[in-house]
Design a protein around this ligand. Structure first.
Ligand code: GSH
Length: 420
């Protein structure tokens, strides 16, 4: 089958029209690509600016991001590069010399530290839910989250654990995960304090998401399968477009965590190796039932989203894919279009030019969720890139350069910034 042209692919992509896109990003569902959120209000109502990372990865930023989205407070977003991805913007270090995220401006006053930010937002706009951030019940839950966080770090980040140490760390982690499940069943409703998520829930979201991903990849442990109460809580969150807009996936977290955590250590059991390989190369979902999400959404919309996001950044993507694999741009350009042909309403199987499998896999390994697109769009795109790489006649098994563990400068946002 002949590889489709960019023009023919463009007709299937989602809204690329600037005005339509901007309106959707301001007023529509939560999106990692938004830079202004108005929730039906006008720009003059904006009192808040959130400074968060370009990668939509920082857990402390996710907590604030979710709070603003759930509470529907109009806000502006300014994105900043985290150290491990590239150069921190000078304008930001002038504002926050440590360079730490998140930071938030409210009526021109700058606040740092996520808990202080939440406290200030509550004072100005009222709490999310019946109890304030400093209420003893909420404080107790916040402490439980920190204990769970520590148990997770000990299990994931301690090098050279023996089999019995692994077991001990796992038990300690599971004891605290069960305490969270007890807290969940102690009140009616799917969330910690009832039928709707409150600040206490949002405090748990970022790290529980990272725990689920990293423990699957490095320990072969499926959090949601092992802890049905936590699974039900995630399932309730996944009914909300707010959470889905900030939700990452196993692959992104598994590879973004090591530089942030100073190393993540695999248990090396057969189950762990098998799961890690599936997370890396698919097919996705990596299990039945799907251990990452209960939300499936319409497949056609996910394909359209993936297509639209690649089209938006195609020249930069092609340049990076070619540079990383020492190829010329034209064959990489054609290989990428061959992969995208699998995402259109009537998919076509197209052979990529010979020798381009590594470039296709370079991109497969670097799709970042939710920075680039949602979880399902990313799965479809990774699948299309992998399936097309396998059709490479000269070297169907060629891999792209391995992902680094000390930093992720291969994900430097320069080159993508400025075009949404
Ligand atoms: N205690 C701080 C922790 C914030 C934090 O650790 N932020 C990290 C990102 S997750 C950061 O900005 N690091 C600097 C960088 O990576 O550029 C808070 O709660 O806000």
């Amino acid at each position: 089958m002949e590889v489709p042209s960019w023009d023919s692919l463009r007709q299937w992509a989602g809204p690329l029209e600037h005005e339509e896109l901007v309106h959707q990003r301001c007023h529509g569902p939560t999106s990692a690509q938004a830079t202004l959120r108005l929730f039906g209000q006008t720009e003059s109502s904006v009192r808040v600016t959130l400074y968060r990372d370009h990668h939509a990865w920082c857990p402390y930023c996710q907590k604030i991001w979710l709070w603003l989205e759930e509470r529907r407070i109009p806000y502006r977003i300014r994105k900043v590069t985290m150290f491990c991805y590239g150069q921190k913007e000078a304008w930001f270090t002038r504002l926050v010399p440590s360079g730490m995220l998140p930071a938030l401006e409210l009526d021109g006053r700058l606040i740092t530290e996520s808990d202080r930010i939440l406290g200030t937002l509550e004072q100005s706009f009222g709490p999310l839910g019946p109890l304030g951030f400093e209420d003893p019940t909420v404080l107790q839950l916040r402490q439980l989250e920190r204990l769970l966080f520590r148990a997770w770090c000990q299990w994931l980040c301690t090098p050279g654990l023996s089999a019995s140490d692994e077991q001990r760390c796992r038990q300690q982690f599971q004891r605290l995960a069960a305490a969270m499940e007890d807290a969940l069943v102690s009140t009616p409703g799917s969330f910690l304090l009832g039928e709707e998520p409150v600040t206490a829930d949002l405090v748990f979201v970022p790290y529980l998401e990272r725990m689920g991903a990293s423990l699957a990849y490095y320990k072969g442990f499926l959090l949601r399968q092992e802890h049905p109460g936590i699974h039900a809580w995630f399932a309730a969150l996944e009914m909300r477009s707010t959470y889905r807009g900030t939700q990452s996936d196993f692959h992104t977290h598994a590879h973004d965590l090591p530089p942030q955590m100073g190393g993540c250590h695999a248990s090396g059991t057969p189950q762990q190796r098998q799961l890690a390989a599936a997370i890396d190369v698919g097919p996705w979902p990596v299990g039945e039932p799907d251990p990452e999400t209960t939300w499936s959404g319409p497949q056609a919309a996910a394909a359209q989203e993936a297509l639209g996001r690649v089209l938006r950044h195609a020249p930069t993507l092609i340049r990076r894919m070619a540079a990383a694999t020492a190829l010329e741009s034209p064959p990489v350009d054609a290989a990428l279009r061959a992969a995208l042909a699998l995402l259109v309403p009537v998919p076509a199987v197209c052979e990529p030019p010979e020798g381009t499998a590594a470039a296709l896999r370079y991109l497969r390994d670097r799709i970042s969720v939710p920075r680039d697109m949602g979880l399902h769009a990313a799965r479809l795109l990774r699948g299309a890139l992998e399936a097309t790489a396998r059709l490479d006649r000269s070297d169907p098994d060629a891999q792209g350069p391995a992902l680094t563990r000390q930093h992720r400068r291969d994900q430097d946002p320069i080159g993508f910034v400025g075009s949404v």
